[in-house]
Design a protein around this ligand. Structure first.
Ligand SMILES: *Cc1c(COP(=O)(O)O)cnc(C)c1O
Length: 365
């Protein structure tokens, strides 16, 4: 026997800190309500029911609240966070807002590494939660910069793009898919034909796609993708190494590389949505709902309408579910500002007219 045969590294103080941190995160979940499933009125004569799972009503305003909670619990359960650990993330903004909220709850310093193009509204929200923003000019460098910062300060890089798909329990535990199906249970068509979502980390589509298979549901999964994103070309080529090297103009979705959390094999269909269409749809939907939604919700709306028009053309009576990913308040000086659009050469009028035509005539043309 040598002294190295039996090593006890247990640390009661560290364990007590971790216990308390997990209790705080769970207590926050207990205080929170589920998000609404909102019905959207399609024109009379459409045999389709369209629903929006309204993720803007989470305490931090987007679907990233779910992800941030999962990433913190995953990191805590793995023993990766200890008292005082600096938490670092690469983010286009929404994730950082939600993570800053949980970091503050656990009294941990938080740094978000983000593209310089991130909305000023999002930066303000992160700073209000006590987080620091570290801006980089080239959006493709956020990952390396976050990893470097974490190494420099002995912090922990949460790495949403790698861990989103595994931090969330896809079998249930009130994940977004389980919640949607529970809320649909008394509807005319409780098993939707399609669920339509965008991909940022790819975590939401991975969770839903796995859940559909696990529960043996007939629902198919459609992912909408935006200009400059690697997801659709990578999925088409079945090649995860596809890179575009260009950042997306639709905050929250579309990535310059196929992110590790994007599980293409559970995606049944992908639809390319031009940025002008996403933004025209964002504004159209906001007008119809009487409140502002974010740009990725516009992308979802275009995809859902396209899927709905296809079902209608076949006379199929069905339901479709998509998401309100976040509200529009964060974007009043960007996507909702006409001069901001004009400065970028974005003219939404033709797409607006097209979408109004689809809603009036019921056909995708
Ligand atoms: C992250 C995000 C998405 C996409 O969700 P993922 O699960 O990361 O693929 C869509 N919209 C907004 C506003 C987001 O922040």
């Amino acid at each position: 026997m040598t002294p190295s045969d039996d090593i006890d590294r247990s640390d009661a103080t560290a364990r007590a800190w971790s216990d308390e941190a997990i209790r705080l995160v769970e207590a926050d979940a207990n205080r929170s309500a589920d998000t609404h499933l909102v019905r959207f009125e399609l024109p009379p004569g459409w045999p389709i029911d369209l629903y929006f799972k309204d993720e803007s009503t989470h305490p931090t305003g987007s679907l990233k609240h779910r992800l941030a909670r999962s990433l913190f619990l995953y990191a805590l359960a793995n023993g990766w966070l200890t008292e005082g650990t600096t938490v670092i993330e690469s983010s286009s903004g929404s994730t950082a807002i939600s993570e800053a909220y949980f970091a503050r709850m656990l009294n941990l310093p938080f740094i978000a590494v983000m593209p310089a193009s991130t909305s000023t509204g999002k930066i303000a929200l992160i700073e209000r939660e006590g987080g620091r923003c570290h801006l980089v000019d080239d959006p493709t460098t956020v990952y390396d910069e976050a990893r470097r910062l974490a190494a420099d300060c002995g912090g922990h890089y949460l790495d949403q793009f790698t861990f989103a798909e595994r931090a969330t329990d896809w079998r249930g535990n009130n994940n977004i898919a389980e919640s949607i199906f529970a809320q649909l249970s008394a509807e005319r068509h409780p098993v939707p034909d399609w669920i339509v979502v965008g991909a940022g980390t790819g975590g939401t589509s991975a969770t839903i796609g796995r859940y559909l298979r696990y529960r043996r549901l007939a629902t198919r999964l459609c992912v909408v993708d935006v200009d400059n994103s690697a997801f659709l070309p990578g999925w088409l080529a079945r090649d995860d190494r596809v890179r575009t090297g260009i950042g997306s103009r639709i905050e929250g979705i579309g990535r310059p590389r196929v992110e590790p959390s994007f599980v293409g094999d559970v995606v049944d269909r992908m639809i390319a949505v031009p940025d002008e269409a996403s933004l025209a749809a964002m504004r159209l939907l906001s007008d119809r709902l009487g409140r502002r939604v974010g740009p990725s919700t516009g992308t979802n709306f275009v995809g859902a309408l396209r899927v709905a028009a296809g079902l209608r053309a076949r006379g199929a009576a069905a339901s479709i579910v998509t998401l309100i990913c976040d509200g529009g308040e964060r974007y009043h000086d960007s996507y909702y500002a006409d001069d901001w659009l004009a400065a970028r050469g974005l003219d939404l009028a033709p797409q607006r007219a097209f979408l109004e035509g689809v809603l009036a005539g019921g056909e995708w043309r």
